[in-house]
Design a protein around this ligand. Structure first.
Ligand code: ATP
Ligand code: MN
Length: 463
C-alpha cells in the first residue's frame, strides 16, 4: 500500500486511493452510533486529516477508543470525499496500528492552549502545536526563497567559518572558544598564555561572515553566506538572540544603490513566495496572531521601499509631534523608538536609511566625499525595526587604514583584509539579513524566541 502524507491525502485528487498514513493523534471523538473520528496530523500541513474508525475494527475497543492527543499511529484505508466543513477528504480506516501511547494524565499538550512562555519550557514538544508547526514551515519557505533568490542570480553560496580570530565589528560581545582548563584558571588566576590554547591565540564564535565573504567576493564576484552567528550581548529583548542565523550577500563591483535594490528584492521575493506556498499557515497567523500580516505582506510585496538619508531622517524626527525618550540628534545612533516612528508612523512602510555618520559605524564602511558620513544602509520595517544592516565597503587602502586607526584598531591584525585592497581592489557592497527577524515579521510573532527552534538567550540553553 502506498504511503502518503496528510497534505497529499487532503487534496481532492486523492479521493478513491488506498493509502497508508503515519502521524500523531490530535483529538478523538466517539459518536453515539458506534464509531470514532480521529484527527491525524503529520506536520505536512496545519490542517488535520479526519480518520473514520468503525466499531468493526479488530482493535476498536482495546486501542482505538483509548487514543488521545499525542499518540502515534499508522492508518491504512481508503480516501473518500468528505461532507464535513473545512475538509474535502477523509479516510475510512481499514487498519489502525498504534506505535506509541501518550498518557493523557501526563502529556503536556492536551487540548488546552498554552502560553508561548510555557511552551518555551517544552521546546522538545512545542513543534507539535499548530503555531510552532506553522512557524517551522514558514521558516523553511523563507530559507528556500533566500537560496533561490541568490542562486537564480548566479551568486555562489560560500561557507564562512564559525570559529574566528577576528571581531568583525571591532567591538566586544563575542563568545570565546577555548580548550583551556577554565576551572584551573578560575582557581589560580595566573596570567593567561594563549600559547597553551587550541589556536595559539584568542578565538571566538563569529558575529558575522562578512569579512570572509569579502575574500570570496573579491575573487568570484557575487557570493552569499548563510549560517549561524553569535552575539554575547546581554540584551533581554523580544528581537535579540545569542545565536541566530544570518544571510550575508557580498557583491563585487557594486555600490550602495545596487546593494539596496538587492535587499529590497530579497524581502519582496520572500514575501511573495510565502504568500504563494504557505497560504494556510499565513491565514492561521492572520487569524490567531496578528490580523494585519496578510495585508502587510501583500502590500510590501507590491510597493517600493522608501529611501531616506540619515540626515533627512533626523530632520523628520526633530519635527515629529512626539516626545521621544532619547531626543534625536545628528551624530547619535537611532534608538528603536526612532526607527519604529519612522517606519510605522512617518512613512508607514519599510524604509531604507542610508549615509550614516561615520562616528557611529564600523571601520569597513565607505567614506563619502563629505568625510562625515559613510555608505551604510539599514532596512527598517514596522514592529520589528531593523531587519537588514549593510554597507558599501571601503576599498581604498589609505582610507581604510586611516579609519582603523581612528577606531583604535591595529591594521596589522587585519593584514589579510588589507591585502584585498592592496591587490586588485574593487568597489563592493553587501548586507546582513537576520533570518529570525524576517520570520518574526512574516508571521507577526511578538517574540523572536518563538521563531527559532531552540532559542539561546541569557540563561537559556536547556535544549
Ligand atoms: P540591532 O541594532 O537590532 O541590535 P545590529 O545593528 O547589531 O542589530 P547588525 O550587526 O547590523 O545588527 O546585523 C545584521 C542583522 O542581523 C540585523 O539587521 C538583524 O536583522 C540581525 N541581528 C543582529 N543582532 C541580532 C540578534 N542579537 N538576534 C537576532 N538577530 C540579530
Ligand atoms: Mn545594524
Amino acid at each position: 500500500m502506498e504511503r502518503i502524507s496528510v497534505a497529499e491525502a487532503r487534496r481532492a485528487e486523492a479521493v478513491g486511493r488506498q493509502a497508508e498514513l503515519n502521524g500523531w493523534v490530535r483529538t478523538r471523538r466517539d459518536s453515539k452510533s458506534g464509531f470514532s473520528f480521529v484527527e491525524l496530523n503529520d506536520g505536512t500541513t496545519l490542517a488535520n486529516l479526519q480518520i473514520i474508525c468503525d466499531a468493526e475494527l479488530a482493535n476498536y475497543d482495546s486501542e482505538i477508543r483509548r487514543l488521545s492527543p499525542g499518540c502515534s499511529i499508522r492508518v491504512r484505508g481508503t480516501i473518500k470525499e468528505s461532507g464535513g466543513k473545512g475538509q474535502s477528504t477523509e479516510v475510512q480506516a481499514e487498519d489502525v496500528h498504534v506505535y506509541g501511547w501518550a498518557d493523557p494524565e501526563q502529556y503536556p499538550l492536551q487540548k488546552k492552549r498554552h502560553s508561548f512562555e510555557k511552551l518555551r519550557e517544552w521546546a522538545h514538544l512545542r513543534p507539535r502545536s499548530n503555531t510552532f508547526g506553522a512557524i517551522a514551515r514558514v521558516r523553511n519557505s523563507i530559507c528556500r526563497s533566500i537560496h533561490d533568490y541568490f542562486l537564480e542570480q548566479d551568486f555562489l553560496y560560500v561557507h564562512t567559518p564559525i570559529i574566528t580570530a577576528s571581531d568583525c565589528e571591532g567591538a566586544g560581545e563575542m563568545f570565546k572558544v577555548t580548550t583551556l582548563d577554565l576551572e584551573m584558571l578560575a582557581k589560580k588566576s595566573t596570567e593567561l598564555d594563549y600559547k597553551f590554547d587550541f589556536f595559539d591565540r584568542p578565538a571566538y564564535l563569529t558575529v558575522s561572515g562578512q569579512l570572509e565573504a569579502e575574500i570570496f567576493a573579491t575573487a568570484l564576484g557575487k557570493v552569499y553566506t548563510f549560517g549561524p552567528t553569535f552575539r554575547a550581548e546581554n540584551s533581554n529583548t523580544s528581537r535579540h538572540l545569542a545565536e541566530f542565523w544570518m544571510v550575508e550577500p557580498e557583491v563585487a563591483f557594486a555600490e550602495l544603490p545596487e546593494d539596496m535594490d538587492l535587499a529590497e528584492g530579497l524581502i519582496k521575493r520572500i514575501f511573495a513566495d510565502v504568500l504563494n506556498r504557505c497560504g494556510e499557515d499565513m491565514q492561521f497567523f492572520n487569524d490567531r496572531i496578528d490580523d494585519t500580516v496578510l495585508a502587510t505582506l501583500t502590500s510590501i510585496a507590491e510597493s517600493d521601499f522608501e529611501r531616506l538619508s540619515y540626515t533627512e531622517a533626523i530632520a523628520l524626527l526633530e519635527k515629529a509631534d512626539r516626545k521621544f525618550e532619547y531626543p534625536p540628534q545628528w551624530g547619535v545612533d537611532l534608538q528603536a523608538e526612532h526607527e519604529r516612528y519612522l517606519t510605522e508612523e512617518a512613512i508607514g512602510r519599510p524604509v531604507i536609511l542610508f549615509d550614516y555618520p561615520s562616528t557611529i559605524k564600523p571601520f569597513y564602511m565607505y567614506v563619502n566625499d563629505d568625510e562625515k558620513t559613510v555608505r551604510a544602509m539599514d532596512v527598517l520595517v514596522p514592529k520589528v525595526g531593523e531587519i537588514i544592516g549593510g554597507s558599501q565597503r571601503e576599498h581604498r587602502l589609505d582610507v581604510l587604514e586611516r579609519r582603523m586607526r581612528e577606531q583604535n584598531l591595529d591594521p596589522d591584525d587585519y593584514w589579510w583584509y588589507l591585502d584585498l585592497r592592496r591587490y586588485g581592489t574593487v568597489p563592493h557592497a553587501g548586507f546582513g539579513l537576520g533570518l529570525e527577524r524576517i520570520v518574526q515579521f512574516t508571521t507577526g510573532m511578538g517574540n523572536i524566541r518563538d521563531v527559532i527552534p531552540f532559542p539561546r538567550t541569557p540563561g537559556n540553553a536547556e535544549f
